[in-house]
Design a binder for this molecule. Structure first.
Ligand code: FAD
Length: 609
C-alpha cells in the first residue's frame, strides 16, 4: 500500500510554518505546503498569489493577517504590481539579515531571486538592537505573526537567528528561493564561443559554487548582490579604512532558562565608562576586568556585548578561548550583580561556548557600491549591501538600520534598471550619491518613518551627480567600446528558463524526500546516483512497502543496491531499466533526469500530489 508522508492539511501546515524555528524546519514545512497544494516552488511569480488563494475560505487568521500585510506592501506604487523587474534574474550571496531583506525587495519588484547561504543553519545567538524604523519595517512585513514577542513594550532587540527566521519566511512566501549549505566562489563570464554578427552569446552570467557542480552553477543571472558580510567575496570594491582607537568587542551568550529569578534581572541597554566611571572602576578592582562599556539584553539567550581595554586582555594574541570564557562570564556576573543564577554558556554552531571576540579598531567602508560589467552583449549589475558595503561600529547599533537602508537603495537602483529610462551611468551615479548619505544617517534623524525604497522618502537632501564620465570610466567595464552601456539590457528571464527551473524543481523534490535518510544531492551528475542509495531513499520515502531502505543500505555492494531498486521500479511501475551508462558518465545527464522524473511522477501519484 502506498504510504502518504504528508500528515497535515495545508491549513495546519501553515501553523507549523509560523512556529518553525530553524532554517531546516522552515524550508521543509514551506515545501510541504507547496507540494500539498501543487505549487511549484520555482514558479516564483505565482507562489504568493497561489498561496494566498489556497487559504481563502480556510480562515487561518494568521495567514489572513499575513496576506493583509503583504498585499499592502506588494501594492506600493514603487513596485508597479511586480512588473518592473519581472524579467530580471537576481543572485544574492548570503542569507544574513541584509541578504534576506534584499531578496524580499527584489521579489516585490517582480524579479526572480535565488539566495545562496554557505551555512546550513541559523545559529547566531547574538542580539541586535534595532532602530525604530527597522522595527516598523519588520512589523509591516508581518514579523509579529511569526514571532509575537517581537519588540514588545520597550524592547528593541532581536537575536540574529530569530531575525533570519522571520525574514526567511517572508521571503519564501514572496517567491524567493533559498539554497543553504552552498557557498558562492566566483563570477563566470558568459562563454563567447557562440557568436553572432552582434557578438552576442546565448549563455549568460553564471557563478561557481562550493559544492562544485551544484545545479545552481547553471543559473544565469543579471544582478549579483553581495550580502556576505564584512568578508565580501566580490572583487572590484575598493574599501577605505576608518581607524579608531583600539576597540575589542566581546560577545557572550548564556542559556536563558526563563526562570523567575532570571526574569527579574534588569537589562543594561548600554553603560559606558565616561558616564559611570565608578561602576567600571569597581569592576576592575573586584575582577581585574577593564571595560569601556557593556550591554546586556535578555532575549532567547542572556546576551552580553562589551568593549574591553586591551591591557585587561593581556594582548589579543594571548587570549585563549578558556580565558575569554572566564573573562566574559565574570563581566556578565558583575554587571548583573550576580543575580543571573548559574551562568551557563549557550553553544555556537561549532558546539562550543558562545563567546567571541571582534576587533573594531579598523572599520571598512566600500568606496562605491555598484559596477556594471558587459561581455558579449550580456550585462551584469554587481552591487554590495549590508556589512559588505559599510561595516558598522557595534555600539551605535546601526548594522541593520544602515544595512536595510542600503538594501532599499539597491532595490531602487534595480527598479531604475528595470524601468530602463536612464542610462546605466546615470542610474549608478544616483546610487552612489545616495551612498554618501548612508553613513550620515542616525537613529534620531531616521525616527519612526515608514519608508519606501524611494530614496526621497528617506534622505532629506538628494544631490544630483554630474560625474557620469567618471562612472563610465571606473564603474562600467565593457567589451563593447563603441556602445558602452548604451545598449538596453536583455534580462535573462526574458528568454525561456524552463530547463533550469524544471531541473531545480525536480532536484528540490529529491532533496526534501531524502532529508530523513541524510542523503545530500546537489545535481544530476552520475556520481550522486550511481550507488543506488538516493534512488532507494526516494522510493522508500513514499513506498516503504517496496523498499526497506535501512536494510538495503547495509549492503556494501552498490551495484546490487542499484540493480535492486531498478528492478523494483520496473516491476511496480513498468519503468524499463535504463542503460547502466547513465549512472556511470555525465554524458547522459538528460537520460538520467528523464529516468528520475518518471520515478518521481509515479511516487507523487502514489502519495496523492
Ligand atoms: P551578515 O549578518 O554577516 O550575513 C552574511 C551572510 O553571508 C552569513 O549568513 C554568511 O554565512 C553568508 N556568507 C558569507 N560568505 C558567503 C558565501 N561565499 N556564499 C554564501 N554565503 C556566504 N547591528 C545592529 O543592527 N544592532 C546591533 O546592536 C549590533 N550589534 C553588533 C554587535 C557585534 C559584536 C557585531 C559584530 C555586530 C553587531 N551588529 C549590530 C551588526 C550586525 O550583526 C550586522 O550589521 C548584520 O548582521 C549585517 O547583516 P549582513 O546581512 O550584511 O551580513
Amino acid at each position: 500500500m502506498p504510504s502518504t508522508p504528508i500528515l497535515f492539511n495545508s491549513s495546519s501546515l501553515f501553523e507549523h510554518f509560523v512556529q518553525a524555528n530553524t532554517l531546516k524546519q522552515i524550508q521543509s514545512i514551506f515545501y510541504q505546503i507547496c507540494i500539498t497544494e501543487g505549487i511549484d516552488t520555482t514558479d516564483f511569480s505565482n507562489i504568493y498569489p497561489l498561496l494566498r488563494k489556497i487559504d481563502e475560505g480556510k480562515s487561518n487568521s494568521k495567514a489572513e493577517k499575513l496576506w493583509t500585510f503583504l498585499d499592502k506592501r506588494r501594492n506600493f506604487a514603487e513596485y508597479d504590481r511586480q512588473k518592473i523587474c519581472k524579467e530580471m534574474n537576481v543572485l544574492i550571496i548570503g542569507a544574513g539579515p541584509c541578504g534576506l531583506r534584499a531578496g524580499i525587495e527584489a521579489a516585490l519588484l517582480g524579479a526572480k531571486v535565488i539566495i545562496v547561504e554557505q551555512r546550513d543553519k541559523f545559529s547566531r545567538n547574538n542580539v541586535l538592537h534595532l532602530w525604530e524604523f527597522v522595527i516598523q519595517d519588520l512589523k509591516a512585513l508581518g514579523a509579529k505573526i511569526f514571532y509575537p514577542k517581537f519588540c514588545t513594550g520597550s524592547i528593541e532587540h532581536i537575536s540574529i537567528r530569530q531575525l533570519q527566521c522571520i525574514l526567511t519566511k517572508v521571503a519564501l512566501v514572496l517567491g524567493v528561493q533559498i539554497y543553504d549549505g552552498i557557498s558562492f566562489s566566483e563570477i563566470l563570464e558568459p562563454s563567447t564561443n557562440t557568436t553572432t554578427s552582434e557578438s552576442c552569446c546565448n549563455e549568460g552570467w553564471k557563478a561557481k559554487f562550493e559544492p562544485h557542480n551544484h545545479l545552481l552553477s547553471e543559473y544565469q543571472f543579471d544582478v549579483l548582490i553581495g550580502a556576505d558580510g564584512k568578508r565580501n567575496t566580490l572583487p572590484g570594491f575598493p574599501k577605505q579604512v576608518v581607524r579608531g582607537k583600539l576597540a575589542i568587542g566581546i560577545t557572550a551568550n548564556f542559556v536563558n532558562k526563563k526562570s523567575a529569578a532570571e526574569e527579574k534581572v534588569q537589562e543594561i541597554s548600554g553603560v559606558a565608562y565616561i558616564f559611570n566611571q565608578t561602576f567600571f572602576k569597581d569592576m576592575q578592582a573586584k575582577t581585574g576586568i577593564d571595560l569601556e562599556n557593556i550591554v546586556y539584553y535578555k532575549d532567547e539567550t542572556h546576551y552580553f556585548v562589551m568593549c574591553a581595554k586591551k591591557q585587561s586582555l593581556l594582548g589579543k594574541e594571548n587570549v585563549d578561548q578558556e580565558m575569554l570564557c572566564k573573562y566574559a562570564m565574570q563581566a556578565a556576573d558583575f554587571a548583573t550583580e550576580g543575580k543571573l543564577p548559574q551562568l551557563e554558556y549557550s553553544l555556537n554552531h561549532r558546539g562550543q561556548c558562545d563567546v567571541a571576540m571582534f576587533d573594531f579598531t579598523a572599520l571598512y567602508s566600500a568606496l562605491h557600491s555598484t559596477h556594471l560589467i558587459e561581455r558579449s552583449g550580456k550585462s551584469l549589475i554587481v552591487t554590495i549591501i549590508g556589512d559588505s558595503l559599510h561595516e558598522p561600529f557595534w555600539p551605535t547599533g546601526s548594522g541593520c538600520a544602515r544595512g536595510f537602508l542600503g538594501v532599499f537603495d539597491a532595490a531602487w537602483m534595480l527598479r531604475s534598471f528595470g524601468l530602463n529610462q536612464l542610462s546605466a551611468a546615470e542610474i549608478i551615479a544616483e546610487r552612489e550619491n545616495v551612498l554618501k548619505l548612508l553613513a550620515q544617517t542616525t537613529k534620531d534623524k531616521m525616527g519612526k518613518g515608514k519608508y519606501t525604497i524611494d530614496p526621497a522618502t528617506r534622505y532629506p537632501f538628494l544631490a544630483k551627480s554630474n560625474d557620469l564620465k567618471r562612472i563610465l570610466e571606473t564603474q562600467i567595464d565593457s567589451d563593447n567600446i563603441e556602445h558602452k552601456s548604451q545598449k538596453l539590457p536583455k534580462w535573462s528571464n526574458a528568454v525561456e528558463n524552463f530547463d533550469f527551473d524544471h531541473k531545480c524543481s525536480l532536484l528540490k523534490f529529491c532533496q526534501h524526500a531524502l532529508i530523513s535518510f541524510k542523503i545530500k544531492i546537489c545535481n544530476f551528475k552520475a556520481m550522486n546516483w550511481s550507488d543506488g542509495l538516493a534512488l532507494a531513499g526516494l522510493v522508500a520515502k513514499f513506498r516503504k512497502d517496496l523498499i526497506n531502505f535501512f536494510e538495503l543500505s547495509r549492503n556494501s555492494d552498490s551495484m546490487f543496491i542499484l540493480n535492486h531498486v531498478l528492478s523494483v521500479l520496473e516491476e511496480e511501475y513498468g519503468i524499463s531499466k535504463p542503460s547502466q551508462s547513465i549512472f556511470i558518465t555525465d554524458n547522459n545527464e538528460d537520460d538520467l533526469i528523464r529516468y528520475i522524473e518518471k520515478v518521481v511522477n509515479h511516487l507523487r501519484r502514489d502519495a496523492g500530489f
